[in-house]
Ligand binder design. Sequence first.
Ligand code: ZN
Length: 324
Amino acid sequence: MNRIRMTMALLSLAVLAGCATGPGGEDFSGEISLPSLARDHGMDYHFDPVARQGIVTGPGTELVATPGNRVLLANNRTLVMDSPARLVQGEVWITKRTLQLYPGIFPPADAAAPAPRKPAPRTEVAVRTEPRRPSPAGRLLVLDAGHGGKDPGCSAQGAIEKEIVLDICRRAEKHLAGRGIRVVLTRDEDFFVELDDRADAAQRSGADLFMSVHANANPSSGIRGFETYYKSNLDDGAKLVTESTRLARAIQEALDRALDLPGRGIKENRRELRVLKKNTVPAVLVEVGFVTNREDRALLLTPDFRESVARALAEGVESYCGTR
Ligand SMILES: [Zn+2]
């Protein structure tokens, strides 16, 4: 009952927020859309619907901005903007102040639109990302099957989260090992593990990455699909957020390729999930489907689907390790 009321409140908030960004509503004079920036510099713009990111590409230039996120990836550098990027009618917008803070993100313009000359004081840090990453072999991943023991997680009509995710994690461990990625499981049986012990597992084991696996639930049974949350608290450093975003994106894309299930995108940790917030390595939490949705539930109960999820999770981690 409370949950439903809460959902209704959130829904009306979402509607309000939607209106606020509508045409003729807010003042966007302090912001500029990535498509128009791309146009001004003779570059291309596209929106990646899976990762929900706006991407500007041109000779020697790549800018990636995620709505709701202050991190701007610019030519292998992680920059922190003065306020989060926004999604307005399908276009990603960033503040003009960002262009003043980081005048070097575009190559010297020969064409129109001279960038603001005056060097503004840098109030934010720029962190250089590592140029390359070693191959997957030897990487150590903490694989966290959600819930367990006295905590069943969510359940509906015989689909019990703690059982589903443990099976998926056991399967994923094999696929990861096959790809040269070592795994530490926070639980390999049906027992309870404290949240803090899960969150500390990477640090204690000296792991490079953290992935928690869950199944979702919603009062509205029509809602279905998979989504990946990533560590997004910037107080632990922009680099950790960037790497967590990349990991989430790789996993979400692999699931998207493997599953006949709607992808719901990668998401900031607005829910303040402790296992993400407290982690000190790139960290994601994957919700592999809704037990409250009839079609998702039917799939979650089959070994074939779990196997596909497990393989895709391994593939996602491998592709993250293998690229950057
Ligand atoms: Zn859960």
